[in-house]
Design a protein around this ligand. Structure first.
Ligand code: HAM
Length: 411
């Protein structure tokens, strides 16, 4: 038997319904904040992703040659694509641009619970606003979106300036390696690298920075960072809202386009793969031939939010099963249409079955059965049976529709 590729999933209807309802929570919050949906290709030129991150990232991607010999990659994330699109299509548009997306990404990772090779992100990008308020808008919006789903989470906000200040004397490639160790919390790798560099003090400072939860203390550890005022402003704005967060200057972020404020969200009820959101301020447009526009954004790991929210609920749709004899079939089709036109889910019997068998089947899958036999076909009325109470009556079609409507959602 053929199976789906490793790290991918199939979604049955109940699960899709649950996913769509969470997706709509995110869309609705985005709409209220003035963010509008964009869509970019599933695959891009490989260069789009290697330009900033180097060839090393190829290991973590689905890369292929097309029939024209072009080197392409399935997108591992969507920020680079959105900024490429901005440079191609919207460079001259009035700023700031508020965009969002809901789309699948592909990473060649070792699959486990919450870590997939195909997964979905709900993300936003705010392009062209280089202010503390713009940074803060990202964090507040992220909290609003997560709150709308009811998921439990901890939000951590930091700033790369502190780490970069401590690492400023290292060569760029060593800096990058150290940041990657910090992102993965790989303290062994960190120790080995810093010992080789003969920088034991740096290890002390970095670990102190990771543990520090106060802005003043972070300034003590790293010295005065160039963006001090902006950082204080952003934190000041956040503190004036009801967003719950902790300061965390150990956030390094895996993708290396970030330049300033960074933040991450974690679901306490998840295991190892508990990061449900990541984002920050970054600059990418200049790499793709655009202006050096400041941007800020985040992406929510949609699948992890779904895992954190837990069991998938059964559909709440009220279901009407249309049960009919051969003589009643044409009338039954018209009746089914009338229920559907009234917004009610109506399912015709499609099998060669007697009324009794049809009713027995309906009692397992529907809330009401509407029976159309010869009598009903001739009279124009319908027999409606409430499959929960067993109550049955023959009424006009309009009355049957009204009864189902009054029933409300299941459960
Ligand atoms: P990221 O942290 O790499 O950031 O991914 C965002 C979220 O996607 C993660 O926090 C996680 O929840 C989810 N995620 C990542 N990899 C997987 C996986 N293999 N399986 C399931 N979920 C996963 C970005 O992608 C940036 N583009 C975010 C951003 C937008 N920064 C600025 N704008």
């Amino acid at each position: 038997m053929l199976q789906k590729p490793r790290g991918t999933r199939d979604f049955l209807p109940d699960e899709m319904e649950a996913r769509r309802s969470v997706e709509w929570c995110f869309r609705e919050v985005a709409r209220r904040w003035g963010y509008r949906e964009v869509c970019t290709p599933e695959f891009e030129d490989l260069d789009l992703f290697t330009m900033r991150s180097g060839e090393g990232i190829i290991e973590e991607m689905y890369v292929f040659l097309d029939k024209g010999g072009r080197k392409l990659a399935l997108r591992p994330e969507i920020t680079a694509s959105v900024i490429r699109m901005y440079v191609n299509e919207a460079k001259v548009a009035k700023k700031p641009l508020r965009w969002y997306y809901f789309a699948d990404c592909f990473r060649y990772e070792r699959p486990q619970k919450g870590r997939y090779r195909q997964f979905w992100q709900f993300g936003v990008e705010l392009i062209g606003a280089d202010t503390a308020l713009a940074d803060a808008e990202m964090v507040i919006l992220a909290a609003d979106m997560l709150n709308a789903t009811g998921v439990m989470y901890d939000l951590r906000v930091g700033h790369l300036s502190f780490m970069k200040q401590l690492l400023q004397d290292l060569e760029p490639n060593i800096q990058r390696r150290v940041m990657s160790y910090l992102d993965k919390k790989d303290f062994k790798g960190l120790t080995v690298t810093l010992e080789a560099m003969k920088k034991p003090d740096l290890y002390q400072s970095l670990t102190a920075l990771i543990d520090c939860r106060e802005l003043a203390e972070a300034f003590d550890i790293s010295g005065l960072v160039p963006e001090k005022e902006r950082i204080e402003q952003t934190i000041g704005i956040l503190d004036a809202t009801d967003v719950k967060y902790t300061l965390n200057f150990g956030i390094a972020r895996g993708l290396d386009y970030y330049t300033g404020m960074v933040f991450e969200g974690f679901a306490p009820n998840l295991g190892a793969e508990n990061q449900i959101l990541g984002g920050g301020a970054y600059r990418l447009a200049h790499l793709f031939g655009g202006d050096d526009v400041a941007s800020c954004g985040f992406a929510i790991g949609f699948d992890r939010v779904m895992v954190s929210l837990g069991d998938v609920k059964q559909s709440k749709d009220t279901v009407v099963a249309i049960v009919c004899t051969n003589e009643g079939q044409k009338r039954a089709l018209a009746i089914a249409r009338a229920f559907r036109d009234a917004g009610i889910r109506a399912e015709m019997n499609l099998m060669e079955r007697g009324l009794g068998t049809q009713l027995a089947h309906a009692s397992k899958s529907a809330d009401y059965a509407v029976v159309i036999g010869q009598r009903e076909a001739e009279s124009g009325n319908v027999t409606i049976k409430n499959l929960q109470t067993g109550e049955q009556k023959t009424v006009e079609l309009a009355a049957a529709i009204a009864e189902v409507r009054a029933h409300g959602p299941r459960g």
